[in-house]
Design a protein around this ligand. Structure first.
Ligand code: COA
Length: 167
């Protein structure tokens, strides 16, 4: 069974809350939002779309996707390309880290985004102190653009272009 991405649903919120509290996730994502905050973030009509990644039917991770331009609150204020998308992600189970699963998840999700012909590139912004994530994203086809200062602190901006456009 291939990797699947199912839109986050109300029934997933307690699981997502529990995942966010796991040390290997909280280390990079910060303190877990409450179930009510997650509902407000993802199920109340905002532009960020959230998905549960499943492999062979098992929930293995989380991916959120946003339109970069117009993010607001000080995020990505220089972006003028309406086709730019951004992704953030994590694997839920600590025993599944460092086995190539993250790059498979990211590659599959990005391929799905590029099915929309209006999507021009996909960005992600790991902490410069997170070499595992940076190496994973590079293996998934992202190239480092440079360090940026986001409202959450320093980040390494990385971009993935459509495969046919890559040199
Ligand atoms: C980031 C994440 C999605 C990557 O998925 P993954 O399956 O663990 O990563 P992969 O196995 O695809 O790739 C990791 C690479 O980093 C390397 N790596 C791991 N720790 C490293 C370290 N401390 N320094 C340098 N490289 C490291 C691995 O060897 C591997 O590279 P290789 O396959 O070329 O040897 C996953 O680790 C995760 O969810 N981490 C916790 C939350 C998080 O950091 N989310 C990202 C926030 S931006």
């Amino acid at each position: 069974m291939p990797m699947e991405f199912t839109p986050l649903a109300e029934a997933d919120l307690p699981m997502l809350h529990e995942w966010l509290g796991r040390p290997h996730v909280a280390q990079w994502w910060g303190p877990a939002d409450s179930v009510d905050e997650l509902r407000e973030d993802f199920l109340s009509g905002g532009t960020t779309r959230a998905f549960i990644a499943r492999l062979d039917g098992e929930a293995i991770g989380f991916v959120q996707c946003y339109v970069v331009m117009g993010s607001g609150d000080g995020w990505w204020e220089d972006e003028t390309d309406p086709g730019a998308r951004g992704v953030d992600q994590f694997l839920a189970h600590p025993g599944q880290l460092n086995r190539g699963l993250g790059r498979a998840m990211v590659q599959a999700f990005v391929a799905r985004l590029f099915e929309d012909s209006t999507v021009s590139f996909v960005q992600t912004d790991p902490s410069p102190d997170n070499p595992r994530a940076i190496r994973c994203y590079a293996a998934a086809g992202f190239e480092a653009v440079g360090e940026v200062l986001t409202p959450d602190g320093p980040a390494l901006l990385m971009r993935c272009r459509r495969r046919t456009e890559r040199r």
